[in-house]
Design a protein around this ligand. Structure first.
Ligand code: CS2
Length: 479
């Protein structure tokens, strides 16, 4: 689809709300999740909670949605069919790369009380192994020296600096990315960067700023051209960039906002809690951990989507085994939640044939995802004296995947900020043991002690992948 195609202009039924939230990284996920909840909360309980979206790099979203006055459509893919909906909560989209000052100005607007983020794991410019800011990240180096930032932490710090200088209250900065204790992590990188720029600013943010942690969940595959056609057929309107999603959704938010200012999310099913950690661990390890495992193993075994992978008996048994024997034993269930029932619900969601979620899409950025999704579970298991051959196989599958060639020698398009480094590490040795050792030496992903304990089991798993292929290696774990 061409970007900026003159779409049929959609008229807005509702009056525009004033912007109360600036969202950094307005992509499909937030449009199908946080934006919908916020639209519902504003409709139900009122409040000026319009959203100004910010794309840090690309103008694609702005170009697609501007002719539609930033309204867009969702298409819910349930087992019983598709339901279209209209979402009218985004009032503007800015492209940071084109005009950084305009982004800072809206973030420093007194009406803005929340800046939320879905910038993906790599957007935090942190070391995935430790969660701390990477001061050598080129974008952070840039943002320390320039008033007009390029990174998301840079935008937060410079906008807070403007607010501080103007005598305004800070906004609440709310991460909605799949990172462990995402609020604490965001607070850490923001304070670290602020301290390098102006220690007094850092003190003010530390005292007055709020960084609630959240757990977000909804499966939202990338929109495909056929989805746009399907929506047009079903709803009778054209949308340049609709969002496709499953019926399930969950949002758990730590209720800690500057001056208590937030939409009435609790009225529309968001769980407002005092501690998100058990929810985050459950979701990151049970959903995202098996998503990534199925993505690498499924891709190598030739499956295009998660639902195709789940159609295979061996792979479906494997994911159930991972939940039951390797992941659930590492978790403390959130209050009132049965982890076994959560796993059953996940199996059903994964199997939804209407959701074409590509293994290749989930395989992206593995270097940023592995620590919280898989390595944390493995570290806990090893500490407790439990072996976890299934997750070792998933780690080996990631290593095989980032080597850049699949089982039949075909090139894999590896998308990862460390793609070149990963390929070089893999190529630096000829045999399984050497390749595994080289990749385990990556300190931003593997802490030294864990790397040491992974060497033997991951090498064994890697060999199984090379010798037998992914599906047979999976079957072997189950025997
Ligand atoms: C997926 C997530 O692409 C990925 O890495 O694991 O986007 C996943 O679909 C969501 O976190 C579900 O809430």
């Amino acid at each position: 689809m061409e970007a900026g195609l003159p779409a049929e202009r959609l008229t807005r039924e509702s009056a525009k709300l004033k912007t109360g939230i600036v969202h950094l990284g307005l992509g499909a996920f937030f449009r199908a999740h946080g934006a919908i909840y916020t639209a519902e909360a504003a409709a139900k309980s009122g409040g000026d909670w319009g959203i100004t979206g910010v794309s840090l790099q690309s103008s694609r979203m702005r170009d697609a949605l501007a002719p539609q006055d930033f309204a867009y459509s969702g298409l819910e893919f349930g087992p019983e069919g598709e339901t279209p909906e209209r979402i009218e909560i985004v009032s503007d989209i800015l492209v940071a790369r084109e005009n950084p000052q305009a982004v800072l100005d809206v973030m420093a607007d007194p009406d803005v009380r929340i800046v939320s983020l879905t910038i993906t794991e790599k957007g935090y410019c942190h070391s995935p192994a430790t969660g701390a800011l990477d001061p050598d990240h080129p974008d952070i180096v840039h943002d320390m020296a320039n008033d007009l930032p390029v990174s998301a932490p840079g935008y937060l710090v410079r906008a807070l600096q403007l607010r501080h200088a103007r005598g305004l209250r800070p906004f609440t900065a709310m991460s909605c990315d799949n990172l462990p204790e995402n609020g604490r992590l965001l607070r850490g990188v923001v304070l670290d960067l602020a301290r390098r720029i102006d220690p007094e600013l850092a003190d003010w943010i530390a005292a007055e700023g709020r960084f609630p942690s959240t757990m977000v969940d909804r499966i939202v595959p990338a929109t495909k051209p056929e989805d746009i056609a399907r929506l047009e057929e079903l709803a009778g309107w054209h949308d340049a960039l609709p969002v496709m999603h499953e019926p399930f959704r969950q949002w758990v938010i730590e209720d800690d906002f500057v001056d208590g200012e937030r939409p009435d999310w609790g009225a529309v099913g968001v769980e407002m809690v005092s501690d998100v950690t058990p929810f985050e661990h459950m979701k990151l390890r049970m959903l995202n951990g098996t998503h990534s495992s199925l993505a690498y193993l499924g891709y190598l075994a030739g499956f295009e989507t998660i639902s195709d992978t789940m159609d295979d008996e061996v792979m479906a048994d494997f994911v159930r085994y991972l939940w039951r024997d390797e992941i659930i034993p590492s978790l403390t269930p959130p209050p009132g939640v049965s982890l076994e029932r959560y796993a059953d619900a996940l199996a059903e969601r994964y199997a939804n044939p209407a959701i074409r979620h590509r293994t290749w899409q989930i395989a992206m950025d593995g270097s940023q995802k592995l620590p919280q999704r898989i390595l944390a579970t493995v570290a806990d298991a090893l500490k407790a004296g439990r072996s976890c051959p299934g997750l070792m196989l998933a780690i080996a599958a990631w290593m095989r995947y980032v080597s850049g060639d699949d089982e039949s020698g075909q090139p894999i398009e590896v998308k990862d900020p460390l793609a070149a480094e990963l390929r070089a590490l893999s190529d630096s040795a000829a045999d399984a043991e050497g390749k595994v050792a080289a990749l385990l030496s990556l300190r931003s992903v593997f802490p030294p002690e864990l790397a040491q304990s992974l060497q033997a089991p991951v090498t064994e798993a890697y060999r199984a992948l090379v010798e037998k292929g992914a599906r047979a290696a999976v079957r072997e774990v189950l025997q």
